[in-house]
Design a protein around this ligand. Structure first.
Ligand SMILES: [Zn+2]
Length: 340
């Protein structure tokens, strides 16, 4: 029994984190979200070069396809390899056959010049025809000037901004910092500590696995009036797993809720990357409805058609060699881990 659906959309990913698995333990154990950023992610992202970025994106795109995800909304940061990084990621996704909507997350953590170069990478990529948004790491790592510059550039380019909002308690000031800047085409990742009554416009990106792993709390996204979409925050791109976890988490706080709400969050992804609606994923299971999928682990794609081309058949990608990608990614991961 098989069923066909559109391609799934991962609405918040960090493809660069695909090489993080197996990394050496940090110099001391992080004790909260702020120290997880400092001791894990901000050490990892500064060590990235373009070759590592290429193979992390190839691996991440491959794993997306193997999960029936045909579109990735990515948020990238590599402070020592900014220029051209979005092209590298776009090319890798295209090579595997996955759609991408990219952003370089600017920050003032490396001074205003770092933020300016990040903004320039967003602008260069989008003006050259790349499918992108303007990326901002988060309000708490950016100056007011940088936030205004990012919002202004996005307006000029006719695209939204992809930004982390209130992921941890350290970013509780974000609603005030972003007041008046957000628009409906912004993507607001996490919003765990965003008050239910707030003035931010845009789609809220809920990342249940990441929020649990970082112990930041439950976003309870059903409380918001904004549209909500689902992401992984870099922990793969299996959106059926993300849907299940989003449902179980919601259920853990309200035993009367059904899976339809989380299923709707999955569908919001198609508003962000509408072309994915035309993609076709033939699944190993039928029917693909919320009550079945919520309680059926292990559903996998058998065949995937993206933009009219079969990019996955008999459970394998058609355009790339998965064994080669995994071998190259492992080599690059070893180079990356040696720098940490
Ligand atoms: Zn994120």
């Amino acid at each position: 029994m098989t069923a066909v659906t559109p391609g799934l959309v991962c609405a918040h990913h960090h493809l660069y984190s695909a090489l993080a698995r197996g990394m050496p333990a940090p110099p001391r154990t992080p004790t909260d979200f702020a120290s997880i950023l400092e001791l894990v992610w901000w050490r990892l992202d500064t060590a990235l070069d373009l070759e590592m970025i290429r193979w992390s994106a190839m691996l991440g795109a491959l794993e997306a396809l193997e999960s029936g995800t045909t579109a990735i909304v990515d948020h990238h940061e590599s402070p020592n390899a900014i220029e051209g990084s979005l092209d590298v990621i776009a090319d890798a996704c295209a090579e595997v056959g996955v759609r991408s909507l990219l952003a370089y997350g600017i920050t003032d953590r490396h001074g205003p010049e770092g933020a300016r170069r990040g903004l320039a990478e967003n602008e260069r990529f989008i003006r050259a025809g790349g499918r992108g948004l303007v990326g901002v790491h988060a309000a708490f790592t950016c100056s007011d000037d940088s936030l205004e510059a990012a919002a202004g550039l996005a307006r000029d380019l006719g695209v939204g901004v992809h930004v982390h909002v209130c992921e941890g308690v350290g970013d509780a000031d974000a609603p005030r910092r972003l007041a008046g800047l957000t628009r409906d085409d912004w993507l607001l990742a996490h919003c765990v500590h965003l008050p239910t009554d707030h003035d931010l416009r845009g789609t809220i990106l809920h990342n249940p696995a990441s929020n649990l792993n970082n112990a930041v709390g439950y976003a309870a996204p059903a409380r918001f009036g904004n549209p909500v979409a689902l992401g992984t925050d870099g922990i793969g791109a299996n959106m059926l797993d993300a849907f299940r976890l989003a449902y179980y988490l919601q259920r853990s706080t309200d035993v009367t809720c059904g899976p339809d709400t989380a299923w709707g969050w999955l569908a919001t992804g198609w508003d962000l990357v509408p072309e994915a609606r035309e993609d076709e994923v033939t699944w190993s299971y039928d029917p693909m409805d919320p009550w079945h999928v919520a309680f059926t682990p292990g559903i996998r794609p058998l065949r995937i058609v993206v933009g009219g081309e079969t990019v996955f058949d008999d459970g394998r990608p058609t355009r790339v060699d998965p064994d080669e990608i995994r071998a190259k990614a492992r080599e690059q991961a070893a180079r990356l881990h040696a720098r940490l």
